[in-house]
Design a protein around this ligand. Structure first.
Ligand SMILES: NC(=O)c1ccc[n+]([C@@H]2O[C@H](COP(=O)([O-])OP(=O)(O)OC[C@H]3O[C@@H](n4cnc5c(N)ncnc54)[C@H](OP(=O)(O)O)[C@@H]3O)[C@@H](O)[C@H]2O)c1
Length: 196
């Protein structure tokens, strides 16, 4: 299948793109930098937060995977929060605009367990309502943008990621260097749920 990926240069996207190529799929990755390091991929240059020529390539693909989003590992100034939000909401909106005639296509769009907000020991299911903090409201709105693709006849799959663990990045990539320098320690109370 021809698969279009945003965020394909990132921690999750790199591993996913390699797995897709190995299983015989054709993968195109949209990146702001023009090219990434994964071989066997078609690179498309563009900023998904802005409309552009990159949108023309979307409709040539049967599957669209949306992983783009500015890092949360930063100081949450108002400017940073705007970038965290825009890089997800606008990207998703522009993908949908580009998917003219979505019938028969599948759209995978990322969300996060941050959708639920804080609930202590309470059991949560996919039907539990969203929380009310910044990340929960972002996840709620991000999912709503993606769900709108159903109106175009597209199959929509929302992947609410937990904390993705891997040696080469993500949360562990931030934590391991500190532990290696003997300055690691429990996060918060150390008793909170850590959903992987
Ligand atoms: N990793 C986790 O534990 C985790 C947990 C829950 C949810 N998620 C979500 O899953 C998605 C993938 O996670 P990841 O860890 O692979 O992320 P990542 O390594 O930070 O990569 C995200 C990608 O988004 C693009 N990007 C970054 N800043 C952007 C901006 N300002 N505007 C547009 N695009 C931007 C980058 O692509 P280019 O630089 O090539 O353009 C980058 O490759 C993210 O949306 C993240 O929020 C991740």
């Amino acid at each position: 299948m021809k698969i279009f990926v945003t965020g394909g240069t990132g921690f999750v996207g790199k591993t996913l793109a390699l797995a897709l190529i190995r299983t015989g799929h054709e993968v195109s990755i949209l990146t702001r930098s023009g090219k990434g390091e994964t071989s066997g991929v078609s690179w498309i240059e563009g900023a998904p937060t802005q409309k552009g020529k990159w949108q023309e390539a979307v409709k040539e693909h049967g599957v669209i995977i949306n992983l783009a989003g500015a890092s949360l590992f930063t100081r949450w100034t108002e400017e940073a929060k705007r970038m965290i939000r825009d890089s997800r909401i606008l990207t998703t909106r522009h993908l949908l605009e580009a998917m003219d005639g979505g019938k028969g296509k599948t759209f995978f769009s990322t969300s996060a367990i941050g959708y639920y907000g804080f609930h202590g020991d309470e059991d949560l299911t996919e039907d539990s309502p969203p929380g009310g903090d910044f990340l929960a409201l972002l996840a709620r709105d991000w999912e709503a943008e993606a769900k709108a693709a159903e109106k175009k006849g597209c199959r929509v799959v929302i992947t609410r990621f937990g904390i993705v663990l891997g040696e080469k990045g993500g949360a562990l990539g931030q934590m391991i260097p500190l532990f290696n320098k003997y300055v690691g320690g429990p996060l918060g109370s150390g008793k909170q749920w850590f959903s992987e």
